[in-house]
Design a protein around this ligand. Structure first.
Ligand SMILES: NC(=O)c1ccc[n+]([C@@H]2O[C@H](COP(=O)([O-])OP(=O)(O)OC[C@H]3O[C@@H](n4cnc5c(N)ncnc54)[C@H](O)[C@@H]3O)[C@@H](O)[C@H]2O)c1
Length: 358
């Protein structure tokens, strides 16, 4: 199966490309980047593929079956829609797009063409997340009525002044870039419940003075002093769904020390704390209150590379026309919630979503 990688930056070179190279069924036919040296470096390192700078050249090649879209967010919708219309299957990095509206246009193109459009919400392929989902599906938590998601760092604004912090390019900051993973894990584990009301506030405080932002390390850095910073560096939200209520506290940067990166699933029979990117602990009590004792269980298991899981599942979906859990039809709800948080923050009031987006 011939594939192409559009955008040869961090996520492509660290994850998508190595995973395609490892998969015996996929062959990378093109490396595409508007910066030719990036595409060239990827082709040289891997010893395969043709270097191009215009993704439309890739789409014209009938041999290419599928593409990974690994560009900044502002190009996700255009490249994905053009690729679907050219008959290609698409794995587009998260978030689907800068806005719910753009994501809906992608979904429409998927429905019209019948090609595959999956979004890179890679945690749906994480072994710990999948075990949490089966604990919930098996009833080990009883009814999950509240989920608390914390993604809070002291200092982790990526590439201050670059594509991640410019709203016109990224669509938003901490929520759409980092929180998307947390929200999407909650949605996945709880069966993708429809949102009903959303109340949110976002704050653009610590990054906006680019020159005086103090930090220890910066991924996607260093700061661009002539760049733009107009996105949320922290966010707070309460989301009522047809399933559990979701509380969200997130920050790329906050003036408080320790990072908190976990999701608590609270059920009436048991609860789970999922440590983000790691394993989880299950809390309950002995059946029937036996011995008046509490239970705490930390399963040990081997966690495979989630990006390899994702790329392998994508290749399988392309070959066997299978529907993946990261299909645009499921991810669209996560994108809708993020949009509602931003819209609510702008209006400073709760939004009622039942019966359509407001
Ligand atoms: N799944 C994850 O956990 C995860 C992690 C990091 C990034 N991402 C996502 O991946 C995407 C890329 O992030 P990154 O960190 O790799 O960024 P990056 O800036 O390192 O790489 C993006 C690359 O795309 C290229 N590019 C821009 N416009 C292009 C175009 N029109 N055609 C071809 N190439 C183009 C850039 O030159 C750059 O090399 C973002 O959407 C980000 O949200 C996902």
């Amino acid at each position: 199966m011939k594939v192409a990688v559009i955008g040869c930056g961090t996520i492509a070179t660290n994850q998508h490309i190595p995973a395609y190279m490892k998969n015996e069924r996929t062959e990378i036919r093109y490396f595409c980047d508007i910066l030719p040296e990036r595409a060239r470096a990827a082709a040289e390192k891997n010893g395969v593929g043709t270097v191009v700078t215009d993704y439309r050249e890739v789409l014209r090649d009938p041999e290419v079956q599928a593409i990974s879209v690994c560009t900044p967010n502002h190009m996700h919708a255009q490249i994905s829609i053009d690729a679907l219309r050219a008959g290609k299957d698409v794995l587009c990095e998260k978030p689907a797009a800068r806005s719910y509206e753009e994501a809906l246009a992608m979904q429409r193109a998927q429905h019209e063409t019948g090609r595959i459009l999956n979004i890179g919400v890679v945690n749906r392929f994480n072994d710990a997340v999948n075990m949490v989902k089966s604990f919930i599906d098996d009833g080990k938590l009883g009814e999950v009525y509240h989920v608390i998601a914390h993604f809070r760092a002291h200092r982790s604004i990526p590439g201050l002044g670059g594509p991640f912090t410019d709203k016109a390019i990224a669509g938003g900051g901490a929520l759409i870039d980092w929180g998307v993973h947390y929200l999407d894990i909650v949605m996945y584990c709880c069966g993708d419940p429809a949102p009903v009301t959303v109340s949110g506030e976002t704050y653009c405080r610590l990054g906006r003075d680019i020159r005086n932002y103090a930090y220890e390390t910066m991924w996607a850095g260093p700061p661009k002093y002539d760049g733009v910073y107009d996105v949320d560096d922290s966010v707070s939200a309460l989301i009522r769904t047809e399933g559990p209520v979701i509380s969200v506290e997130g920050a790329w940067a906050q003036n408080i020390g320790p990072a908190e990166t976990y999701i608590d699933f609270i059920g009436d029979k048991g609860g789970i704390r999922l440590d983000y990117g790691a394993k989880f602990t299950y809390y309950s009590s002995m059946p029937g209150g036996e011995h008046g004792a509490l239970l705490e269980l930390r399963p040990e298991f081997h966690m495979r590379n989630q990006f390899e899981n994702e790329i392998n599942a994508f290749a399988d979906a392309v070959e066997n026309r299978r529907r993946m859990p990261s299909h645009i039809d499921t991810f669209i709800l996560t994108q809708r919630i993020m949009q509602a948080v931003y819209d609510s923050a702008e209006a400073h009031r709760e939004l009622v979503l039942a019966g359509g987006r407001q």
